[in-house]
Ligand binder design. Structure first.
Ligand code: MN
Length: 154
């Protein structure tokens, strides 16, 4: 029976928008009903986050959920490959350094599997080191983009 939701920390504009939408609803004025009421025109994505560090997980999940996206966490590369096989995702955020299977190996594995399936999911690397040829290594492994940690909103 909850009419809407907000993700903390709450912004004034979001609170106002939520209240206005609910009040309009109770006045029986028909409104367009997007899946995520606070997102406006933006598209909500189903994102797979492969990241072993709890702090980085929390930070990324908070940001992405605030923007209305759905996030599934994989704790390492192996788990990312398995999770991808059992779900439909629009994007992968892939930490480079992870236990069991790192992000480069996981990406190479995913790209190899895609050769038979014909699919191609965008993969963005999350790396702690923005230097020393990391970018080239990520692109060589089949990643599409590259973000340095710590993650910032921008
Ligand atoms: Mn890591």
């Amino acid at each position: 029976g909850i009419a809407s939701y907000l993700v903390k920390p709450i912004r004034q504009a979001e609170l106002l928008q939520a209240i206005c939408q609910i009040l309009r609803k109770t006045n029986h004025v028909p409104l367009p009903q997007p899946e995520f009421t606070l997102l406006g025109e933006k598209q909500a994505l189903n994102i797979l986050l492969a990241e072993d560090n709890k702090v980085n997980q929390t930070l990324a999940v908070r940001l992405l959920k605030k923007w209305g996206h759905t996030v599934t966490i994989a704790e390492n590369g192996q788990e990312a490959v398995e999770t991808l096989e059992n779900g439909e995702f629009d994007l992968i955020l892939m930490d480079v350094q992870m236990p069991k299977m790192d992000g480069l190996e996981a990406t190479a594995t995913i790209r190899m599997k895609e050769r038979t399936s014909g699919a191609r999911i965008p993969i963005i690397a999350l790396t702690a080191h923005a230097l020393n040829g990391d970018r080239e290594r990520c692109i060589e492994a089949g990643m599409d983009g590259y973000v340095s940690k710590p993650l910032s909103r921008k």
